[in-house]
Design a protein. Structure first.
Length: 353
């Protein structure tokens, strides 16, 4: 093994080598030609040591990154980085009855996010048709809000208006290094074989868009497995993501198992508190939802102490004892393994200090 060295340390050693080689008959002091030559070499050697250090880091899952982590994941566990996905949206298109809109036809938002029809759509006798479209680019940027897909970039005779009653969904970014590293270390450190619970976790987490997963073996008797997933934003998974996960597991699982894939039941938690200081309700709600999503995998209860902590982190200087309530009670909220909590109403009152 080696340790990275600085240019000055390397230069000093080179000067000593030079003195030994010339038996002290030639100078390598600053200002001499020899000093300039050795200084240039020392700088290059410093860079070489730094690159060697990176080589070591790239060779271990705990410190690797980018394409080198991809190589390790594939070589050590047969894993691939989850790819970015396109968002999907349901469009309502209105116009002349009988007009056929071809697959691939483009609609867009004011901000330039474009969606292409997945299949041909024909406007019905009522002058409208509902059709599914996918974003032309991948990533979370395609998850546009409801009512924003309203433009027809290239006019088509018979098509008059378009809109989306619901927001687009299931557009996810490419898996980052930390997520891929977590999956790789999971497979390497735990027995993943013969369709055990770890195997089902690994299969579910290989699907683009899945953020976390719980596996419940024998949930409905012998040979049954329940897989609970949330999406990459730690929210309830869409029906499309659930089906995609189910289909993938069905391709991988051993013969004989009966698999059920679902997303946890959403449970809204109303929070009230009387505080000193200043807390923005929306900021607090976002912070609590983030904490709930990140902790879902092992969260069996919502603690008043944790909610109070987040209040303080969001700007409260203190809170009135017994004023922090969850669903109207000064008590923790218990969750089952199949529930995903989210913040409902937030009521924050401020008292004078």
């Amino acid at each position: 093994m080696f340790e990275a060295e600085t240019r000055l340390d390397i230069l000093e050693r080179l000067k000593n080598y030079y003195a030994e080689l010339n038996e002290g008959k030639a100078s390598a002091d600053e200002g001499t030609f020899s000093f300039d030559e050795l200084s240039a070499n020392a700088k290059e050697f410093e860079k070489t040591y730094a690159e060697m250090e990176l080589i070591v880091e790239a060779g271990f899952p705990q410190t690797s990154w980018g394409i080198y982590l991809d190589y390790l994941a594939d070589a050590l566990a047969g894993l691939s980085r989850r790819k970015a996905t396109a968002a999907e949206v349901e469009l309502t298109i209105k116009g002349k009855a009988g007009t056929v809109i071809p697959a691939g036809y483009i609609f867009s938002t004011d901000s330039g996010v474009s969606f292409a029809l997945k299949a041909d759509a024909e406007i019905g006798t009522d002058g409208s048709v509902n059709a599914t479209a996918t974003s032309t680019t991948t990533g979370a940027g395609g998850n546009v809000k409801a009512g924003t897909v309203t433009l027809i970039p290239v006019p088509l005779y018979g098509v008059e208006t378009v809109t989306n009653a619901a927001a687009a969904h299931d557009g996810y970014e490419e898996e980052n290094d930390d997520s891929l590293r977590e999956r790789l270390l999971f497979v390497m450190r735990r027995p993943v074989t013969s369709g055990n619970a770890n195997h089902y976790w690994s299969w579910a987490m290989a699907v683009s868009g899945v953020g976390q997963c719980k596996v419940i073996p024998l949930w409905n008797g012998p040979g049954t497995v329940k897989v609970l997933i949330v999406d990459a934003n730690n929210k309830v998974a869409s029906a499309e993501l659930i089906k995609k996960t189910y289909d993938y597991i069905e391709e991988q699982r051993p013969i004989g198992a009966t698999v059920t894939v679902v997303s946890p039941e959403p449970v809204l938690i109303d929070i009230a508190a009387t505080i000193e200081g200043t807390v923005d309700a929306d900021t607090f709600k976002t912070a609590v939802n983030r904490w709930l999503g990140e902790k879902w995998f092992g969260l069996s209860k919502i603690s008043l102490a944790q909610i109070s902590r987040i209040l303080l982190e969001c700007g409260a200087t203190d809170y009135v004892p017994d004023s922090v309530t969850l669903n109207g009670k000064v008590a923790n909220v218990t969750l089952t393994a199949e529930q995903l909590a989210a913040v409902g109403e937030v009521d924050i009152n401020v008292v004078a200090t």
